[in-house]
Design a protein around this ligand. Sequence first.
Ligand SMILES: *[C@@H]1O[C@H](CO)[C@@H](O)[C@H](O)[C@H]1NC(C)=O
Ligand SMILES: *[C@@H]1O[C@H](CO)[C@@H](O)[C@H](O)[C@H]1NC(C)=O
Length: 218
Amino acid sequence: MAAKFLAYLLVVAALSTVAKSDPDPLQDICVANASSGVKVNGFPCKNDADVTQADFFFGGIAKPAVINNTVGSVVTGANVMQIPGLNTLGVSLSRIDYLPGGLNPPHTHPRATEIIFVLEGELDVGFITTANKLYTKSIKKGDVFVFPKGLVHFQKNNGYQPASVIAGFNSQLPGTQAIAATLFASTPAVPDNVLTKAFQISTQEVGQIKSRLAPKKS
Ligand SMILES: *[C@@H]1O[C@H](CO)[C@@H](O)[C@H](O)[C@H]1NC(C)=O
Ligand SMILES: *[C@@H]1O[C@H](CO)[C@@H](O)[C@H](O)[C@H]1NC(C)=O
């Protein structure tokens, strides 16, 4: 009997893990108090008396971002870091703008599935499964595409016009690991002999990639 109950609990736990991302809230609102020093899963709640409508508002993705980097794309987050009212609610957005030729380099979001809606332009997008299969598609204004949770994905503007998308996430803070930067621009650095063996390249080539990806000191 106890074993059956335990099995039931395991199934329920497994189902609830696949059905959602961030944990469910335990109250109506829990606006993030980012200046509290307390460490919790997410942020502690502000005092109710200090909560205003501004905690649920963000005007920062109304317009295209200025793009001045080497990859030619900029991601502007609209997550709990910009909108404290999203704390514990398990959703967020971002806006991504691309120059012609611009790339949002291969990356993963460890805590969320992503769904994008094309505002302007055309993009070649794709994700790769753990079986190393690439799913790729050309998408245009008004189209929607999904990048499953945790999988490596990218977007490339191969068109002649700028492009923009709105991305939705089932996490208040999906997190981003950009593959190239993670491996070649971490602090401290990943040892050269790990990268030479993993990529089957020389120490000199590792050095070249590291120097190009190193955060610019200004
Ligand atoms: C945020 O947390 C700090 C430290 O606990 C507290 O002093 C402060 O009053 C809190 N702010 C709000 C707006 O709740
Ligand atoms: C790019 O733009 C950002 C934000 O406007 C600015 O802080 C940064 O200095 C710029 N970088 C370059 C290389 O122009």
